[in-house]
Write a protein that binds this ligand. Structure first.
Ligand code: GCU
Length: 136
């Protein structure tokens, strides 16, 4: 599976930060606390078909931070839940299957409430190989 770091993606209304441990790569994206803040990844696919997408995130609040996920501009999950994870250093994953087209695709995660999105670490394309390293 390919791990695409959020800090290497296109961020609209958010900041790359590294002040909460447990992230992979150089850091994570802290979405601005506004509706519409987003991260967009470019995803290459060798062939058209269904593939699992896994978002790794942390939400240190007790309030859901829902986001809408789009593939090539088409919503594939509207207001998907990114619930509290217990702390900003506790990272969890959520996975959904999507259809990609052959070649270049865009995958975007956009906050749907004024709280913005959770902190987002990465997008994994393909089988993510289990729950990952866990908290901390
Ligand atoms: C805190 C936290 C950030 C987080 C923010 C938020 O400031 O340190 O990492 O993004 O809360 O509520 O979105």
């Amino acid at each position: 599976a390919a791990v695409l770091e959020a800090e290497d993606a296109t961020v609209a209304r958010g900041a790359v930060e590294s002040n909460h441990r447990g992230y992979t790569g150089r850091g994570f994206v802290n979405y601005d606390n506004v509706t519409g803040s987003s991260v967009e990844w470019t995803v290459e696919a060798g062939a058209a078909g269904s593939v699992p997408l896994t978002l790794r995130f942390a939400n240190g609040t007790t309030t859901d931070r829902p986001m809408t996920l789009t593939v090539n501009g088409t919503p594939v999950a509207t207001g998907r839940s990114f619930p509290g994870t217990g702390a900003w250093t506790r990272w969890q994953t959520t996975t959904l299957d999507v259809n990609l087209q052959e070649g270049t695709n865009t995958v975007r995660a956009t906050a749907t409430t004024a709280n913005g999105g959770p902190n987002v670490d990465s997008l994994t394309v393909g089988d993510s190989g289990g729950p990952g390293p866990g908290p901390g």
